[in-house]
Design a protein around this ligand. Structure first.
Ligand SMILES: NC(=O)c1ccc[n+]([C@@H]2O[C@H](COP(=O)([O-])OP(=O)(O)OC[C@H]3O[C@@H](n4cnc5c(N)ncnc54)[C@H](O)[C@@H]3O)[C@@H](O)[C@H]2O)c1
Length: 352
């Protein structure tokens, strides 16, 4: 039986991977210590998701491991010797990192190094997929020629119509401490690929979303926005007139790409992964879409101050992914994704 190790297995992307590979008959091992609850408080708790997975899938085993614990990570990989590793565990918030720089760097940069070195020592043939972020580009995308439209910002130059490519600079811009710790991890993942010939890839995510996100104000924008609408809670828009654009990809489509990569791995690849132009939306447009679905008005206020280093308009160019894996494409449009997140919050609210 093939073995998959997933870090951050109770989180949004991790849990979706666990489900898919359990259904495909792999033995799946998850590493998660519910650090999301430590980072974001009770609303970020992911234990419910861990328990859900343990109940449904007999071929899933949970390991209560902190990826910052080097010895434990080495021991776990020596024991399991997986055929593939999907590394999603992270301190994922751009904004939170400034108040917890050691936890952020220790988790994102050192935790990734611990996993890479454990892979090299104990299972160097394994494919290593790392969830990176578009924040590795810092705020450099804000320096592009941008035009203001009625409900959104957009790229002014034709060459950026399809979005940002992997060749975009990651240097000399403001990243946030989170973006910087993820750059360190991203470069290390590439280096373990090129230097040691390990099949690695970095997926530089735009907004990854889906029904299993424990969205909070500081991370998981769409999930949190929809929760606010459902609960009639006030949502704060930070700057850019609410016209800032994010491209959103459902975790289902993220996992479908990861499957393709694990089937036919390459060495030291980097891909921008997001919803692309078709699944891009501004905050103002997102308010309208959720109002259409729920029938409830969005309650919000506006703060003039944008988040430090926040993107004004970010769209991932998906052409490299599609060129390398032509049978992959986005299958969930924005409306479907909104609907699924909305229904998931409804169900969770009823249970609790
Ligand atoms: N969700 C997004 O919009 C988005 C966008 C770009 C990149 N990413 C990246 O994708 C990855 C997954 O994101 P997500 O949204 O699924 O995050 P998530 O917070 O839902 O899941 C991450 C999981 O990792 C666990 N974790 C955190 N620190 C840990 C540690 N030290 N040891 C063990 N487990 C730990 C958390 O408890 C959580 O369950 C992250 O690397 C994130 O930076 C996410």
């Amino acid at each position: 039986m093939k073995k998959l190790l997933v870090t951050g297995s109770s989180g949004l992307i991790g849990s979706e991977i666990v489900e898919r590979y359990c259904k495909s008959g792999w033995d799946v091992y998850g590493i998660d210590n519910n650090m999301r609850a430590d980072f974001f408080g009770p609303n970020g708790d992911t234990r419910w998701n861990q328990k859900r997975l343990e109940q449904i899938h007999k071929n899933f085993s949970h390991f209560e491991v902190d990826i910052r614990n080097r010895e434990k990570v080495l021991e776990t990989l020596r024991e399991i010797k997986p055929d593939a590793i999907v590394h999603t565990a992270a301190q994922p918030s751009h904004d939170l990192a400034a108040s917890r720089p050691f936890d952020d760097f220790d988790t994102n940069a050192n935790g990734t190094l611990n996993l890479l070195e454990a892979t090299r020592r104990h299972c160097p043939e394994a494919t290593f997929v790392h969830l990176s972020t578009n924040k590795v580009y810092g705020d450099a995308p804000n320096k592009l020629n941008l035009i203001e439209k009625e409900t959104r910002w957009d790229y002014g130059d034709e060459e950026y119509y399809d979005g940002i490519k992997e060749s975009f600079t990651i240097d000399q811009s403001k990243h946030s401490l989170f973006g910087a710790s993820k750059v360190a991890a991203d470069i290390m993942v590439q280096e373990y690929g090129r230097y040691f010939n390990i099949p690695t890839c970095c997926l530089r995510g735009g907004c990854l979303t889906g029904p299993n996100h424990s969205g909070v104000e500081l991370h998981g924008f769409l999930s949190y926005l929809i929760k606010c609408n459902l609960e009639g809670r006030k949502y704060t828009v930070f700057g850019y007139k609410g016209k800032q654009v994010r491209d959103n990809i459902h975790s289902y489509d993220v996992v479908s790409f990861i499957e393709r990569f694990i089937e036919k791995p390459r060495i030291a690849e980097v891909y921008n992964i997001g919803g692309g132009r078709d699944n891009s939306i501004s905050i103002l447009e997102a308010f309208q879409l959720i109002q259409d679905i729920s029938g409830k008005d969005m309650i919000y206020d506006y703060s003039d101050k944008n988040r430090e280093g926040d993107h004004i308009c970010y769209i991932s160019d998906l052409s490299k992914m599609k060129a390398h894996y032509p049978d992959w494409s986005i299958t969930k449009d924005l409306k479907t994704t909104f609907q699924e997140i909305y229904e998931s919050w409804l169900a969770r609210t009823k249970v609790s």
